[in-house]
Design a protein around this ligand. Structure first.
Ligand SMILES: [Zn+2]
Length: 196
């Protein structure tokens, strides 16, 4: 499994946040295959030149298929995560699709000597566009396996639906980072006003 630079620890959380609600309006940030490709590259995925070329050729050739694959996986992941968090049985069709995706993954690994010693570079095979979604699917699998779904929360601001990973010891965090900063600024403002 690849390391993700995600501030939320799990790539799948950042992926779920590509669709959110703002003041009860759904915001979709992945509306084209090019946006999906940009998102993947921004996560540090498929950085190898040959993989990038593969990705870009699919963006040109099968843009609707590529976009639909990611949107469908995201919808499945939301159902699975919600069921897991509510300790409900995982929905069967969604789970079956996730399983099929995980089973289809194939990797080749190479030992590479770097400045900090030997590392194992593993590269995902990309025989078809669906393989592009595997890192996100694996991230959801590792989140469920680590039993950390309880740390994934939806922001307490009802006008915001951003998911975040709560790293606090008592699992007491309620705001996403943007709303948290705003709430803090507001508290400071009120404190200053009462002090006047
Ligand atoms: Zn928020």
């Amino acid at each position: 499994m690849s390391d993700s630079p995600s501030p939320n620890k799990y790539l799948c959380i950042d992926f779920l946040n590509t669709e959110y609600a703002l003041k009860n309006t759904r915001v979709e940030t992945l509306t084209t295959a090019a946006q999906v490709a940009d998102w993947l590259l921004a996560q540090g995925l498929f950085a190898e030149p040959a993989d990038q070329a593969r990705l870009q050729s699919w963006v040109q050739q099968v843009p609707y298929e590529l976009l639909a694959l990611f949107q469908a996986l995201r919808a499945d992941m939301r159902q699975l995560l919600t069921a897991w968090q509510q300790q409900q049985p995982l929905p069967q069709a969604e789970l079956a699709r996730l399983q099929a995706l995980l089973q289809s993954s194939s990797r080749s690994s190479t030992l590479v000597k770097g400045a900090e010693g030997w590392q194992l570079h593993s590269r995902l095979a990309l025989p078809r566009p669906a393989a592009l979604t595997i890192p996100v699917a694996e991230s959801l699998a590792s989140l469920l396996l680590a039993d950390e779904a309880g740390r994934i929360k939806s922001c307490a601001n009802s006008a915001c639906s951003i998911l975040f990973y709560d790293t606090t010891k008592n699992r007491g965090r309620i705001w996403c980072s943007a709303c948290g900063t705003r709430a803090k600024a507001l508290r400071y403002y009120h404190k200053q006003k009462t002090a006047d």
